[in-house]
Design a protein around this ligand. Structure first.
Ligand code: DQA
Length: 150
């Protein structure tokens, strides 16, 4: 069975009440339910987590990569700053897709740079909660063969 870790970074626990004009009205629980329905339909083992702590995200990337699971990651603001998350992806070999709810390129300059994008297979941003579903669809076929089967 393919396995995907959906990892959410800082402040994403506030979805639903956090700047809804930018991030939408859905909570992270709503997004998890959406993805879980999709994963169940595809027979994918889904692990869905959120942390405001960089090191915790690093550990979860290791856990995913070393077990052969793929990573769908919305690293929040750490996307723009974290060398540790980038090194966790390369070090663990996790096949990863970066996602964002908002179109980061239509926002402040500091959001235009991602430290993790170069080590991800691709980036999806700007589609709200659909970014998660689109990322899932993009990642799943990359997990064929031994990698990604749990
Ligand atoms: C975000 C975009 C980031 O720039 C921001 O820091 C977030 C959310 C998004 O999903 O649009 O926390 O990752």
């Amino acid at each position: 069975m393919s396995a995907i870790f959906v990892l959410n970074g800082p402040n994403l626990n506030l979805l639903g009440r956090r700047e809804p004009a930018i991030y939408g009205a859905d909570t992270l629980d709503d997004i998890e339910a959406l993805l879980r329905a999709r994963a169940d339909a595809e027979g994918v083992a889904l692990t869905f987590r959120q942390s405001n702590v960089e090191g915790e995200l690093v550990g979860w990337i290791h856990e995913a990569g070393l077990s052969g699971a793929g990573v769908l990651i919305n690293a929040g603001a750490y996307s723009h700053t974290s060398i540790a998350l980038r090194d966790a992806i390369t070090g663990s070999g996790a096949t990863s897709v970066e996602i964002h709810l908002s179109n980061v390129y239509a926002r402040e300059d500091f959001r235009h740079k991602s430290t993790i994008a170069p080590v991800c297979r691709g980036v999806i941003c700007g589609f709200g909660k659909a970014s998660y579903l689109l990322g899932f669809e993009a990642l799943l076929p990359l997990l064929g063969g031994a990698a990604g089967k749990a």
